[in-house]
Ligand binder design. Sequence first.
Ligand SMILES: Cc1ncc(COP(=O)(O)O)c(C=O)c1O
Length: 439
Amino acid sequence: MKDTPIPFDIVKQKIEASKFSKVGRATIREIVQLVNEIEVATNIKFVRMEMGVPGLEPSKLGIEAEVEALRKGVARIYPMVDGLPELKKEMARFVKNFMNIDVAEKCCIPTVGSMQGGMAAFLLTNRCQKEKDTILFIDPGFPVQKQQVRVLGMKSESFDVYNYRGEKLKDKLESYLSKGNISTIIYSNPNNPSWICFTEKELQIIGQLATQYDVVVIEDLAYFAMDFRKDLSKPGEPPYQVSVANYTDNWLLLISSSKIFSYAGQRIGAMVISNRLFERKYPDLKRFFASDEFGRALIYGAVYALSSGTSHSAQYALAAMLKAANDGKFNFVEVLKEYGERARVMKKLFTENGFKIVYDMDEDKPLADGFYFTISYPELSGEDLIEELIYYGISAISLSITGSDRSEGLRACVSHVQREQFADLEYRLKKFKEHHPVK
Ligand SMILES: Cc1ncc(COP(=O)(O)O)c(C=O)c1O
């Protein structure tokens, strides 16, 4: 029994009562439950890094626009399946202003969060060409998207990009694409969980191969403009959010309001599809949809069947937030920089106390500080590390559930850690190091 920051016997008893065969193998929600129980039993607050939920206030602009829309009676009326015209317009402007990509308003379609955007996208991209029936995940990734593919009964393949950065990505991707069964490539950028950001060279490789092998790239921009190494906050001015859209026509972007506007509760995001892909005809789509045109099938086949469009009032909220960002009246990136600041301090505290950052470089550049970072500790597996850290009042999730090969690693999310907790974090990490001397 050690003098751990959280009473050893209480943690042990709660872990035993939870009946997990191994705490490190529990799902995110199970870890949340266990930590909640320990916090109640001990009255000690954890440094909670397990959940990827926004930790900032939602934008007031969104709330006010939504309340006003509700007062005007939009709750009574079904929204158009393809989305509110104001929102479509502002989303196309947003993509132009912050990515320098031209896209028609009709190609911007609101979704019930990016979660639904992904589901709708898979229903299309994996059915365009009969022989291409498999989705390729560039991992590590967001586990729920794999669950979506499983629920849809679709096939998937994946690889951890850790050892295939830069030029090496080409051969690795080609080894999958050349088999002829891949319909779709999906990744998030910046990446959940590792916070790697693909470089222009890597995006160019992905884009060129997507054109060459005729596959669609789903680029998940849930953490849009959060590579804080560059100032991506100025509408209409470089630098812009990097994107595969600069290198192929076969792209579909998922843009979420959850993190960039801290608007996760209202479940609103958008799919943005390249003009060329939107209009492209795939005869094989007729197996599932009335239309063989990608955009029409996506809206009137997939989105209609999934939810008949997206919450009316939330669309007004997103339109208002985007408009303010487009007009240069709302610097949403500035607000988000708080995450980068927290990550910078927390990474320092971890590394000063014997931890390593697992995914640490974008080719030759140190990783950005942002919403997530990844950690490991010498001589401990990721599963053991999660369990050990709980005795020290720190919670995180294992990278192994994200398709990462780095089973020694954990994902740490900064969003719910307050600056007032940094002193506690430092004390706890020092204790951890003292109790786990590295040989
Ligand atoms: C990579 C990634 N994609 C999508 C989502 C979900 O976005 P939304 O809340 O818009 O459904 C998340 C949320 O954590 C995410 O990390």
